[in-house]
Design a protein around this ligand. Structure first.
Ligand SMILES: *Cc1c(COP(=O)(O)O)cnc(C)c1O
Length: 356
């Protein structure tokens, strides 16, 4: 593969939005990274071009059968005045696992990390500087064969787009209300739960919509067979602190292996706080909430980092957690993880990767 990335700069740069007015995923930078795949050349022609629409035949594979995957990570403007990524290699390893599940040809992990760095370096003036802001990085792959037929595509496009994003918690951290979903399911053993593939999100929308109508921001998914075991929350993994121990569902093929989840487990071990990955039943959680041993609950993901859960609704009964406010471990994890990401504190794990 030709590792030389061709760069075509825009002749029409956009006006950058004010750091304090950024939201999430609505504004994109001036350039994007693109690379193609075909069976003869493999992944080829890596290039950075002006950001703009794609031209696709209406029969294009991904538009009909959803053969596509994505990733999400961030670049941070740090307290040291540089730009850094957080464990980017992990995202590309996970992307290759998603490729494997979805019959998409794998990527060269070192090269993709280089491609991300090259694009972010070119767009460095787009990395917002206000507290809590970041540049969201969205790599994705779509199947591009113009062909109606349920069969893996022979051709693909890999792209990276960048979105400057506002602080997730502009007014301080607010715990969220979560609806425990016992009708719809997200994933089952043997399915695609562990892959960041497009279809997983399409099938989650209905439950999300119904939960929102009832005043909840996300759903907590239960296992696809018995609706008994806890899995994850929307696009976040989930943790509970019960009786002094932090617990999270073990990775069993139906749960997305979050990089924030992995980082939180490592940090808890580093802090000598007991943590275990295991099967967790919803009954056990409800019981703990009733008897007062449910101390904290929170979701983890790249977007929010730590999202405390203040209330669970299960079968229309309401369980309040820590009086609906953020608990001390959740706060400490948030401060430490964002402290490392923004290089405000020492990174004992070697997770931060400077771009320059
Ligand atoms: C992306 C995602 C997560 C969180 O993963 P991070 O790597 O921590 O951002 C959790 N669950 C689902 C379903 C996801 O799509």
């Amino acid at each position: 593969m030709n590792y030389n990335i061709k760069i075509e700069k825009t002749t029409n740069p956009k006006v950058k939005p004010d750091d304090s007015k950024l939201s999430f995923g609505k504004t994109f930078t001036d350039h994007m990274f693109v690379m193609d795949y075909n069976p003869e050349k493999g992944w080829h022609d890596p290039r950075i071009v002006p950001y703009g629409p794609l031209s696709l035949d209406p029969s294009t594979c991904v538009l009909h059968y959803g053969q596509g995957i994505f990733e999400g990570l961030k670049a941070y403007y740090t307290a040291k005045g540089d730009i850094a990524l957080f464990r980017p290699r992990k995202n590309i390893e996970r992307m290759n696992n998603s490729c494997e599940r979805m019959c998409i040809p794998k990527l060269d992990e070192d090269f993709i990390v280089e491609a991300i760095k090259t694009l972010v370096r070119l767009e460095k003036d787009w990395v917002p500087k206000a507290p809590g802001t970041s540049l969201y990085i969205r790599p994705f792959i779509i199947a591009t064969d113009p062909f109606l037929g349920v069969h893996p595509s022979h051709t693909y496009k890999f792209l990276i787009i960048l979105a400057p994003s506002g602080a997730y918690y502009p007014g301080g951290i607010n715990p969220v209300k979560i609806y425990v979903e016992d009708k719809y399911v997200r994933a089952a053993q043997g399915g695609t739960g562990y892959a960041k593939t497009m279809a997983n999100y399409a099938i989650s929308l209905k439950a999300q919509e119904e939960a929102e109508k009832k005043g909840y921001v996300q759903v907590l998914w239960l296992d696809g067979i018995k609706r008994k075991y806890v899995e994850e929350v929307g696009a976040m993994n989930v943790f509970f602190k019960v009786n002094g121990e932090v617990i999270t569902p073990a990775l069993n093929g139906t749960i997305l292996p979050g990089i924030t989840r992995d980082s939180v487990i490592a940090m808890l071990k580093h802090m000598n706080i007991p943590v275990s990955e295991r099967l967790i039943t919803i009954d056990e959680l409800v019981h703990a909430a009733e008897e007062g041993t449910m101390e904290e609950a929170f979701g983890t993901g790249t977007a929010a980092v730590i999202s405390p859960i203040g209330e669970l609704n299960y079968k229309d009964k309401i369980y309040t957690i820590n009086n609906g406010s953020i608990g001390p471990i959740s706060q400490k994890l948030y401060d430490s993880l964002t402290g490392i990401q923004y290089r405000k504190i020492e990174d004992p794990f070697g997770w931060v990767v400077p771009v320059e």
